[in-house]
Design a protein around this ligand. Structure first.
Ligand code: CTP
Length: 406
């Protein structure tokens, strides 16, 4: 997502370089806006190099691009760290006397402050009134950590660790996204996404062409509908969006363990992951080498557990989620068209909904546009939906909500 990272003029600015690293490594596009004072602690070059974006703190740079308007409108999340007493005061008063405060006044997304200052400044009634004012406007102001401050003094006022700031800011973002009264409000949805990779030796694996885009779109659609989303991510070619609970799984068996652990607290399971049906029977501890005798290697495959079926079975015995959604990637063949195969799969798997992807002739994998047919075990007519993966995901989520209500 697009994040503006505002840096106040405090000694803790140096710690924010690590926060910036965490953000960019998680795939976010970050624009850093240091205050004039912040550049006395950490130079503009550091922020430019680490963010990969140009950095300015003046509304008089790049005037033709009207930076405070553009950055404020585009930012999906604004994080300010360290938020000094001065930045908090200016933000609370609604001043717009530099690029950072101007951007804050233009912001439409969630804003998160991580304060850092001396204990006396933090406890001063003026600062506390500013914090209360900001919080009353729905802005998140984190409590500072307690501990050693710049000099020999110690107490509340220390900048929390970068990982803590990141987690708290993403949580604030998550909360801001949840629409009150969304169709999945209060529900927990487990979504699996991406393709599993089954190791053969330390350097090779058997994989598949799933990019994970559809699974991620489903996770986002469920979150937008108000659900708490637990994403179980196999190999993905797209970044994981902020604000989701994420468990990584490499192989089908790891994915199975993660799903089984998530099921007791899940209302809905969406199995969008492309799970390998088979894995090499033997995984060698060392790389498989070409033999001098020229013999071709033979790989024996064994079946992986069918996670979807296990979830259905669990529900039959009283432990599974209310709605279970399976996916089917089908090509037509001599035995029938994709819809015929999907109908048979819906029966075989025993899930409530089956989302059919016709993957014949190179369609679907890695593409942004898609078309699916949603089949219901209730015998309803299959419905075809086409559009972006997110549009399709929204349609699936609506159908899931109906199934849950029914
Ligand atoms: N699935 C699963 N566990 C597996 C394989 C698949 O849970 N070991 C899930 C997938 O996430 C998907 C659904 O089952 O939601 C359909 O997967 P697919 O591989 O198409 O179905 P199969 O039963 O393997 O059917 P076939 O290979 O015969 O087409």
């Amino acid at each position: 997502m697009r994040i503006v990272l505002g840096v106040g003029g405090g000694i803790a600015a140096y710690k924010v370089a690590s926060l910036l690293r965490l953000l960019t490594e998680a795939g976010h596009c970050v624009n850093v806006i240091p205050t004039e004072a912040a550049t006395r602690f950490v130079g503009t070059a550091t922020w430019e190099a680490l963010s990969g974006n140009p950095v300015s703190n003046s509304v008089w740079d790049d005037v033709d691009r009207v930076n405070h308007v553009r950055l404020g409108q585009e930012a999906e999340l604004i994080i300010i760290a360290p938020a000094t007493a001065d930045v908090l005061a200016r933000a609370a008063a609604g001043l717009a006397n530099d690029l950072l405060t101007g951007t804050l006044l233009m912001a439409t997304g969630p804003v998160f402050f991580a304060p850092a200052m001396h204990t006396e400044m933090w406890r001063h009634p003026a600062t506390q009134a500013n914090v209360a004012m900001l919080r009353s406007r729905g802005v998140t102001v984190m409590e500072p950590a307690s501990g050693r401050l710049t000099g020999a003094d110690s107490g509340p006022g220390r900048l929390p660790e970068p990982a803590e700031i990141l987690a708290a800011a993403l949580k604030a973002y998550d909360v801001a996204q949840v629409p009150i009264g969304g169709e999945l409000a209060g529900r927990t949805v487990t979504v699996t996404a991406g393709g599993t990779q089954e190791p053969l030796d330390p350097v090779r694996f058997l994989g598949n062409r799933s990019s994970g885009k559809q699974g991620i779109a489903l996770a986002q659609a469920a979150a937008a509908a108000g659900a708490h989303v637990h994403l179980i991510a196999a190999h993905l070619e797209v970044p994981v969006p902020a604000g989701l609970q994420v468990t990584r799984a490499g192989t089908a068996r790891e994915l199975r363990s993660a799903v089984l652990a998530a099921l007791p607290t899940s209302d809905i399971l969406i199995m969008a992951a492309a799970v390998a049906d088979f894995r090499p029977a033997e995984v060698t501890g060392t790389k498989i080498k070409k033999n001098d005798d020229g013999a071709d290697p033979v790989i024996t495959l064994i079946r992986n557990p069918d996670i979807l079926r296990e979830a259905v079975e669990l529900r039959r015995t009283g432990g599974g989620p209310g709605v279970i959604v399976g996916f089917a990637a089908e090509t037509g063949d001599a035995d029938g068209d994709p819809l015929t195969h999907a109908r048979a799969k819906l029966l075989r798997k025993g899930c409530d909904l089956l989302v059919l992807n016709d993957v014949g002739q190179g369609r679907v994998f890695g593409k942004d546009e898609t078309a699916v047919t949603i089949l219901g075990a209730d015998g309803s007519e299959p419905v075809t939906v086409s559009g972006s993966k997110r549009e399709v995901a929204d349609a699936v989520v609506t159908r899931v909500a109906e199934a849950l209500a029914g």
